[in-house]
Design a protein around this ligand. Structure first.
Ligand SMILES: Cc1cc2nc3c(=O)[nH]c(=O)nc-3n(C[C@H](O)[C@H](O)[C@H](O)COP(=O)(O)O)c2cc1C
Length: 253
């Protein structure tokens, strides 16, 4: 099972965003670039047409478009679990962090701090360390067998091979830090969506990220904890937001 299919399994088969758009499922290789920047005029046997090739590329190119407005971003945001290999720049990360800290914060405490990891080797190493703990937690929670086998698979990357992981950390002693940091998290993810970037909370890595050796490795002080680990990258396939139930209204007096 490929990573995209694995990820699809993790989301109960819902995720149309999962799985690289232009991978060759038989060989596992990416289809090569087109003969011209606009694709080949006529596809050969088993090849994609230029139009299909270009439509595959669009998710990676839409960040060149104007940002979405607030309601568009709220309604279009979805968890993205499949990314282009090209990462995002430090400047883009700074823009996301600037959006995060615009969140409301109790008593204006701003009890957050951020760790940014873009070193792919380190991401892989954290993923490798996080998987056994996440797996044990899921076993305790009696999770679906398919999800368990996904986390047990040696090739599965808990960060879905995203090039950027942003950790929103909160002061442990501040009782409102959890609320503040999750508000910052949503701001960050909406800003990412508005900029045509994909994001996903990776709660399954939280336990590992809060172990003393990893906190020390990442420079997270003892009085802070990782609350919201969020991956960010350029989505490599277009996808639709997942459905929601109608809001349950308990009273409207
Ligand atoms: C606290 C929290 C933890 C999550 N942890 C994970 C995770 O470890 N791995 C993952 O693939 N998605 C994770 N997600 C993403 C959810 O699966 C996703 O938000 C949910 O299925 C709704 O889909 P949507 O975000 O596309 O609307 C997490 C989301 C939240 C809010």
């Amino acid at each position: 099972m490929g990573q995209g299919e694995n990820a699809r399994a993790a989301t109960g088969g819902r995720g149309s965003d999962l799985g690289p758009a232009f991978n060759d499922p038989a060989s596992g290789k990416r289809n090569g670039p087109p003969a011209t920047p606009f694709g080949r005029a006529l596809p050969g046997p088993g090849e994609k047409s230029a139009v299909v090739w270009l439509s595959d590329q669009l998710p990676a190119m839409v960040h060149l478009l104007a940002p979405l407005n607030t309601l568009e971003a709220i309604n279009q945001r979805r968890s993205v679990r499949s990314f282009c290999s090209k990462g995002i720049s430090r400047e883009t990360v700074r823009q996301l962090l600037a959006a995060a800290v615009r969140a409301p914060t109790a008593m204006h405490q701003e009890p957050w701090a951020f760790a940014v990891i873009q070193d792919r080797q380190l991401l892989k190493s954290i993923s490798d360390r996080a998987k056994p703990l996440a797996l044990a937690e899921m076993q305790r929670a009696d999770c679906d067998a398919e999800v368990l086998s996904l986390f047990a698979h040696p090739n599965f990357n808990i960060f879905y091979n995203a090039g950027t992981l942003i950790l929103i950390c909160g002061q442990i002693a501040n009782p409102m830090a959890v609320a503040d940091c999750w508000l910052a998290a949503e701001n960050l993810m909406l800003a990412a969506c508005a900029m045509s970037l994909g994001s996903c909370v990776i709660g399954s890595a939280s336990e590992t990220l809060n172990t003393p050796p990893i906190k020390a490795e990442l420079g997270i002080p003892d009085d802070m904890q990782v609350l919201a680990p969020i991956i960010v990258g350029v989505p490599d396939v277009a996808g639709k937001p997942s459905p929601r139930k109608e809001p349950r209204i308990l009273c409207w007096k």
